[in-house]
Design a protein around this ligand. Structure first.
Ligand SMILES: N[C@@H](CCC(=O)N[C@@H](CS)C(=O)NCC(=O)O)C(=O)O
Length: 211
């Protein structure tokens, strides 16, 4: 059975759990990290020397880095529609998966840090405005790419939708002025109708709010 180490409120754990849910894999998730602790033990550091969540264990395979875990699960358990075998087709999706992880998600997290992780008194309006402009620019790029969808690949829901969509609940629910992106809005609505997204990504972040 698959074990995922990581608290449900971590966006990187959510990305892995969404994948596990989409693939219908038998699993258990252990509350580790944040207020649960557990990442400083020698046993945990042997699995992930960074002391971060998530970590995946699947038989003899132990992995850290959420998107590497997602690609592993997709390659091992995903069907053709989810993880295309053709390298060129897969790469054209993977470039968006990479963009989701290294470009779009950090931009959303910048806003998240300002609006949730920082106390109101410490927030900097100029930093919030700058972060909102940047994430808006990226949201418009995604809106263009999505076209009429329904998904990044068109008809099929793929691994790339997970890397791109993992931060969309936070993006959509954080209170700041958003770019006009009707196709991205429709895409988000479709994601919210997927049971694995609703269960593992639409998770309250109130417990992460700075007091
Ligand atoms: N690049 C890593 C980043 C992992 C990471 O930063 N995890 C955060 C939670 S989202 C963490 O472990 N924070 C400390 C903790 O929760 O104890 C990944 O994608 O898995």
């Amino acid at each position: 059975m698959i074990t995922v180490h990581g608290r449900a409120t971590s966006s990187n754990v959510q990305l892995v759990m969404w994948t596990v849910g989409e693939l219908g894999l038998e699993h258990r998730r252990l509350d580790v990290g944040g207020s649960f602790g557990g990442t400083d033990t020698p046993e945990y550091r042997a699995m992930n020397p960074n002391g971060l969540v998530p970590v995946l264990q699947d038989g003899d395979v132990t992995l850290f880095e959420s998107v590497a875990i997602m690609r592993y699960l997709a390659a091992r358990y995903g069907e053709e529609g989810f993880w295309p075998k053709d390298p060129a087709k897969r790469a054209s999706l993977d470039q968006w998966a990479e963009w989701g992880k290294v470009t779009f998600s950090p931009a959303v997290l910048n806003i998240f840090i300002q609006l949730v992780r920082m106390r109101e008194a410490d927030r900097k309006p100029a930093a919030i405005a700058g972060a909102a402009r940047e994430v808006g620019r990226l949201a418009r790029i995604l809106d263009d790419r999505l076209g009429e969808g329904p998904y990044l690949d068109g008809a099929a829901f793929t691994f790339a939708d997970i890397a791109v969509g993992a931060l969309l609940y936070r993006y959509m629910t954080l209170p700041f002025e958003k770019a006009e992106t009707p196709r991205l809005d429709a895409y988000y609505k479709r994601l919210t109708q997927r049971p694995a997204f609703a269960r593992h990504v639409m998770v309250s972040y109130e417990s992460l709010r700075a007091k």
